[in-house]
Design a protein around this ligand. Structure first.
Ligand SMILES: Cc1cc2nc3c(=O)[nH]c(=O)nc-3n(C[C@H](O)[C@H](O)[C@H](O)COP(=O)(O)O)c2cc1C
Length: 551
């Protein structure tokens, strides 16, 4: 069903179109003569082309680009003491879904009874379009899945043209005078993290969190690393630091402890450019082994400008909004932390012992922009860089693999399409994936005529091609996700592999598999879609006009 995908309009895209229709100025009969649906939709919604601001040097550049493209919802004031922003995040998901909801920016936020100047932002990388924009590509108007596909292909091409590796461009150091993040510097008693508009995201959370910080760490044995870990605000000069076991910073803290070191220095970077933000939150780089800042430069096609931290020697992005520097004591007792609303959409466990840091300096822009993440509600970062790089690796493992996708809205699924060449292959490849990819608890394997990015097609495959017996395998215990609330034995998890490829007779399938009705239409009436597409733009416009009058 991928053969005609450029003419398909999925339900979510249709919803966006309907939403746009009430205010859209249509551009006449622009799309006649066999135009694709994407183009028809673009014309019907009055979509215009903007000049990309790629590479985006800062969060501000990124938001400006999104705003020019109509991808930002703005509000003057929001009362977070009443959890209004949290409810807005859920409503956005209810109405538009994770992949269409725009970025959000509130100019002023009420926190602990005080109106604080923002802006506070969330969902900065929610919409499908951001997958292309972040990499310097143009989205296909109103066609999220196609936009994602070009972003994945871009990553595959990038790897292929660079000997299987992602390109690297090392960062360049700038002076503090040239670093916006040094506009304001607070040290000693002047430090007060509570005065910035960091919010409590959920009523179940233990408090206000800095939850979008890239925690920079270094270690004599393990090298350099940065990763996004939530940090609970514990006082004006004290924050929790929460790398889960096995994460880059966790390994460094533990290595230092083992060597008898008494502390670890950290610099936490906030309001990153979109590529640094994406690399920080996903395992694109091997922690400690690859220079993540150089990888960011490679994806941007331009070096990241860095500046020395105030109270340690670590180099951090100069165009960030804020850097919180501190010392994590390694010889003092750890402290309780959490709970916090986690990525599976459930309240996490309260930790009785976790790392914390004493803040030694805060440097920031004037009126820093604060990015919040409603974890488990909205998408956090663009996934094409990670999924593209993973797909290239998986294809080396098994050349039958065509595509692989982990839908963010249903953490736990892994959709895999293959070109099956022998019986039993789908289950055998699916098992490998389930063992290698911790987040893949339910691996669904389909034939390559289906589109792994289209959730409806995945359900279609399970409903019409899968026989639970014998086309299923269960793994009793494999590495899963430490945050999966269903696991009694985190991070271990049982797993299931669903072979939803057409079953061959040797696999226990029917002697003859019936043809798809749609394939028959395309084979037996090849001109049918061409004829309809010649008029489709006009039909859509007429219907939208009628609909607008009715609303
Ligand atoms: C908004 C956001 C918050 C995150 N919070 C945490 C966290 O609190 N602890 C954690 O271990 N990983 C967290 N992650 C996931 C890590 O950032 C991710 O696994 C990353 O690859 C870790 O980098 P590392 O391998 O260098 O440790 C978060 C990711 C995002 C996008």
């Amino acid at each position: 069903m991928t053969h005609d995908r450029k003419f398909r309009l999925d339900r979510r895209e249709l919803m966006t179109l309907l939403a746009a229709a009430t205010g859209a100025t249509t551009s006449g009969k622009a799309v006649a003569g066999g135009g694709a649906t994407a183009a028809a939709v673009a014309a019907a919604t009055g979509a215009r082309k903007y000049k990309s601001m790629f590479p985006h040097d800062s969060l501000r550049d990124w938001m400006a680009d999104l705003e020019r493209r109509g991808l930002v919802m703005r509000q003057k004031r929001v009362d977070q003491d009443a959890y209004e922003m949290t409810a807005i995040a859920y409503r956005m998901m209810d109405c538009l879904g994770m992949y269409e909801a725009p970025a959000y920016l509130a100019e002023e936020v009420k926190i602990d009874g005080k109106w604080q100047k923002g802006p506070v932002i969330f969902n900065n990388m929610g919409p499908w379009d951001t997958e292309a924009i972040a990499l310097g590509l143009e989205p296909i108007p109103n066609h999220g899945i196609e936009t994602y596909r070009i972003a994945i292909q871009y990553m595959l091409d990038l790897l292929e043209n660079n000997g299987g590796k992602l390109p690297q461009i090392p960062p360049v150091e700038v002076t503090r005078e040239k670093a916006p993040v040094k506009e304001q510097v607070y040290t000693g008693d002047a430090i007060d993290i509570t005065r910035f508009p960091f919010i409590t995201s959920n009523p179940g959370d233990s408090g206000r969190y800095v939850n979008t910080g890239s925690v920079f760490t270094e270690d004599v044995e393990l090298g350099k690393n940065f990763g996004t870990y939530r940090c609970e605000i514990k006082g004006p000069r004290k924050m929790g630091v929460n790398p889960e076991p096995g994460q880059g910073a966790w390994k460094m803290f533990m290595a230092k402890k083992e060597r008898g070191e008494k502390e670890a220095v950290v610099s936490i970077v906030l309001g990153q450019d979109p590529i640094v933000w994406t690399i920080s939150g996903s395992a694109i780089a091997k922690s400690g082994k690859e220079d993540e800042m150089a990888l960011a430069g490679g994806l941007r096609g331009k070096p990241v400008e860095v500046v020395k931290s105030e109270t340690n020697d670590m180099l951090v992005p100069a165009n960030a909004e804020m850097v919180i520097e501190g010392i994590v004591p390694l010889d003092a007792p750890m402290e309780p932390e959490g709970p916090f609303g986690e990525m599976y959409g459930y309240l996490g466990l309260k930790k009785s012992e976790n790392f914390f840091m004493n803040i030694t300096a805060i440097t920031c822009r004037k009126d820093p922009w604060i990015l919040n993440q409603f974890t488990g509600v909205t998408r956090g970062f663009v996934t094409a860089p990670l999924e593209g790089a993973s797909l290239a690796r998986l294809r080396k493992l098994s050349p039958q693999i065509v595509a692989f996708h982990s839908p963010v809205e249903a953490t736990g699924f892994g959709f895999l399409s293959i070109k099956k060449t022998k019986p039993g292959q789908a289950l055998s490849i699916g098992k490998k994936i389930a063992r290698i990819v911790p987040i893949s608890k339910i691996v669904v394997v389909v034939d390559d005529d289906l589109d792994v990015y289209d959730r409806t097609q995945m359900m279609f495959a399970m409903g019409s091609r899968w026989q639970p017996f014998p086309a299923t395998e269960i793994i009793e215990s494999a590495r899963g996700m430490p945050l999966d609330p269903s696991s009694p034995n985190r991070p271990m998890s049982s797993k299931i592999i669903i072979d939803a490829t057409r079953q061959w007779p040797e696999e226990g399938g029917p002697e003859e598999y019936p043809a798809l009705n749609r394939t028959l239409l395309e084979d037996l009436a090849p001109e049918s879609f061409e004829r309809v597409d010649a008029e489709w733009g006009d039909m859509l416009e007429d219907w939208l006009r009628l609909r607008r009058r009715r609303v």
